[in-house]
Design a protein. Structure first.
Lengths: 339, 339
DNA sequence: TTGTATGCGTTATCAG
DNA sequence: CTGATAACGCATACAA
């Protein structure tokens, strides 16, 4: 049986109030009392019960991090940084996977999942803007959106400028002399903000270079996985006039696409240059190394945690929008000399 | 203000006892009562408070998954499966990263970390056997070890047969005609079970082939990361008589080692064949694709969750040892035809 | 089968 | 500065 506050109080001959004060680091406690209590705590190996504390205070000290799949490198690298950033401000993180299941996302966000015990949520959404708006009414949980860059004043957002990131990536391919540039990652459903913004940036860069975007070069991808990138690239390469470069909306898509290029008997970047977005570590060791748009994940994690923590303190604070920096990293998959 | 059990009771004109019975799915409740209560629950949008329930029952419904780093692909893929397996039996999972910090591991295991609120722990240890034994005394938390295969009757274990897995991998390299086979991943500290067992399997395979193990070919690696694999392989390749094959104790080490081979102007597998252990998805798309020993992660996750759930039910049950199956997957990095 | 009352371990209110 | 005591929301022993 673990010792309780009451046990410590009895042992030290003080009231539970005083013990609680000492444990919680209350200012006004006499030195005598404090040391007496501290001794009792040590002797009994007392530890506060976080559950009882939560019941009383209404705070769990936990943040929920909701992602589609934790084994997607971008999300696991983000999770690492979020967990660390949260620990620094006294929060722990519970990861929930939605598995691309909209219904599951809804349950999580509306609190219909009865086991919700977070003080706040960091949510990397797959849902559409409309769905998000509906959920808004159902819950009052402090919520920060990650990577959903469509600021509507309802939620705090932390994301890169997707349009510019995509434009930068595409412009880089253009600067390497490529003209027939394909894109992988567009979503058939137009209400997803992120892919749409990336498509916009891609088309913007082409237009700026005086190139008319070719719809046949805009390839959808449902899951941003290696498999989807592979399948999409095979499709593109089988066309009568294949692309000489591919801009992938995620590094994972790019890893699959690179493999597809090789399996088609072509070379990267000589025949097809490839660039992604995310800067996962895998791309720094692949052959060739992957050019990409690097997101400052530690920055995103830190800001997101700070935002949600602030909102927990003041639920009525106006929603803020944080734009995270991004950097283009040119590696072998667009520069050559790799393979 | 969320509705409580009492609110529902008042609304339905019944006692809290009855409401609690309905919510908990108690058998003997009359249909009249049940429907009356259910209606009130719906009207008030009542949801049980999990924290209060926990304080009362002593159960949190949470499992802790303790890993060195969640962004290591093997662990993130394992985490995905553990979260899913746990959900199927009604548990949620909180991930804790130790970051290769022994002190942090100790805190987590001994419950010195005062925020411990798990019913049980799945622990992928970095600690040595001695440390683990010491911790045993300090906590009574149900604990299942993952990947630590040194059964001593204290804890439940779920792991592959490391000796055989390593022997199989090495034997595969031998069967491909390689004779100067290096290994990356040994630990300087002899008290870590897993690397030691893999080294034993490696040496066993060599001996069976009549080859005397060469200590110069046994290269340590602290973190099983791409960077460590890279550095180790560079070392090995710089030797006067470089190896013609490398057995890496993890796929991630192998990814780094492959890159090092290329950066040294050599080819995989023509000049140096490479095999890993884990079967992470990355190795199915790399160039060349990576030969490896595949661990049945879903099996490991399912068994581990089942074990810890059983131990939560009966803390005094004898410790069990589960040996997970492994399969050798020969891919391009040992067979050729890849690059 | 259902109602009443107690306690899980804390924090916080109110006196002293 | 410290002591006694009432909640927090739920589950259950005991009664009816």
């Amino acid at each position: 049986m673990p010792a309780t506050l009451r046990d410590v109080a009895d042992r030290a001959n003080v009231s539970v109030r005083t013990v609680s004060n000492v444990v919680s680091g209350y200012e006004h406690v006499s030195e005598k009392m404090r040391s007496r209590v501290l001794a009792a705590i040590a002797e009994l190996d007392y530890r506060p019960n976080p559950v009882a504390r939560t019941l009383r205070t209404g705070r769990t000290g936990m943040l929920g991090l909701i992602v589609p799949e934790i084994d997607v490198p971008y999300f696991s690298e983000l999770a690492r940084d979020v967990i660390n950033a949260a620990a620094e401000v006294g929060y722990r993180v519970m990861i929930d996977q939605t598995g691309h299941d909209h219904e599951r996302e809804r349950q999580l966000l509306t609190g219909e999942d009865r086991t919700m015990l977070f003080d706040g949520i960091l949510f990397s959404p797959l849902v559409t803007r409309d769905e998000l708006r509906e959920m808004n009414a159902a819950t009052s949980m402090p919520l920060v959106l990650l990577g959903e860059h469509e600021f509507d004043g309802h939620y705090d957002h932390v994301a890169i400028d997707n349009v510019r990131a995509a434009r930068d990536a595409t412009a880089h391919l253009l600067s390497r002399g490529r003209t027939r540039i394909a894109a992988i990652g567009a979503q058939p459903d137009e209400s997803y903000a992120t892919p749409q913004q990336r498509t916009a940036g891609y088309e913007m860069a082409l237009s700026e270079a005086g190139i008319e975007p070719d719809p046949a070069l805009l390839h959808p991808a449902a899951h941003y996985s290696r498999a989807d990138g592979y399948a999409a690239a095979r499709d593109l390469l089988a066309a009568s006039i294949p692309p000489d470069a591919i801009f992938c909306y995620s590094d994972l898509l790019a890893m699959g696409a690179m493999r597809a290029v090789f399996d088609s008997g072509l070379r990267v970047p000589e025949d097809v240059a490839i660039i992604g977005i995310d800067d996962i570590e895998e791309g720094r060791y692949s052959r060739p190394t992957l050019s990409t748009v690097s997101l400052d994940t530690p920055f995103i994690a830190r800001e997101a945690v700070a935002r949600v923590a602030a909102r927990i303190e003041d639920p009525d604070a106006p929603a803020e929008e944080i734009v995270a920096p991004h950097t283009l990293l040119a590696r072998e998959s667009t520069l050559g000399s790799g393979s």
